[in-house]
Design a protein around this ligand. Sequence first.
Ligand code: XUL
Ligand code: CO
Length: 443
Amino acid sequence: MADFFTDVSSPIAFAGPDSDDPFSFRWYDKDRLVMGKRMEDHLRFAACYWHSFNWPGSDIFGDGTFDRPWLNPAMDPMEAAHLKMDAAFEFFSKLGVPFFSFHDRDIAPEGATFAESCSNLDTMIDYAASHMERTGLKLLWGTAQLFFQPRFAAGAATNPDPDVFRYAAAQLKHCLDATHRLGGANYVLWGGREGYETLLNTRMGAELDQLGRFLNMVVQYKHDIGFEGAILLEPKPQEPTKHQYDYDSATVYGFLKRYGLENEIKVNIEVNHATLGGHDFNHEVAQAVSCGIFGSVDANRGDDRLGWDTDQFPNSVEQMSLGVYEILRGGGFTTGGFMFDTKLRRQSLDRSDLFHGHIGAMDTMARSLLVAAALIESGELEALVAARYAGWDTEEGAKLLSGAYGLADLHQQVLADNIDPTPRSGQQELIENLINRTIERAR
Ligand code: XUL
Ligand code: CO
């Protein structure tokens, strides 16, 4: 097997914060214990097949710019798929991530018929299994790509044509079987076209019912085959459609409740999808944790001034620390992890650029973990918040939530006790300074 990433020797090593070697980790020290757990087990990093190996660096104004020989249309598609997989596993193992993720159509080409597509996927899943065995890499999640092929232009489960619903169900079944076979920790559904371009031609209520039925079939089948991973929906408000039904974590939770799925499906939160939805990353995590549906994270960020999904590598410790803090407070990852659903910039032409993007991202996340752990271990922030809510921890506070009183009771109490609450400082600036101090000092 010829090496593709010849500039990099395996694997990238931890060299400490003072290292100037761009091919070393400055913060990601996988065996270091943080709050009693190895960094690698906290962060559960995964690299993606999708943008890193399957995207040629094209945009709507220009062709692919990247050096990805397997994307040459002159190559036999299955030969190209094998070459791509060799390069992908070489990259994953040289980088030292424990997990990877894939779409079915990333790893195996679509055939002339559905049966041929299935057989292509089976061949490549066998090949992936042998690479996983050889390298020790594990699968964070698999997903069926139900948005690229023109048949899905009006959606997959939410398509006006029931034959597309049928086709999508069949494709998903095959991909869930493949994910199960590779021991995937999760199965993801991103409803890229489960939404609409215009309400004028859309039966919104009917489409939601279709999606509810579709997801119930997924959950049923997962139990039938004994797949123990989590089923995850990935919220995104729009792009490619004008409106997507899985808008954000709160919307997804309401949808899951409506279709009886709130104990079966969780969310895969993508940092930039949160931004596109008008939220901060930590908001989306806190929302999901509070609803009991937090699953996994796609750690790629957006750009503050661009309203589309730029999928950049995370490099803000402040942004990510606040999200990691919410994740740790929620008990950390179980089946999930930090997946880099990232895209290089189109001008990042060198093969080694893929390493620089991921190394920086992993160091950013490792430092964010140290900051979040320091915040939890010092307890200062939690003490401020606890003091703020202390009234609710009293017996009277608990009684207010227990259903013991109605409006008339409270009306009477306020009159009788002559209550006149005085406002107290929310201490936001004090807290922001505490965060900055923690970021400065965390090592
Ligand atoms: C698209 C996106 C997808 C999903 C998987 O915005 O994030 O890559 O993660 O389909
Ligand atoms: Co994603």
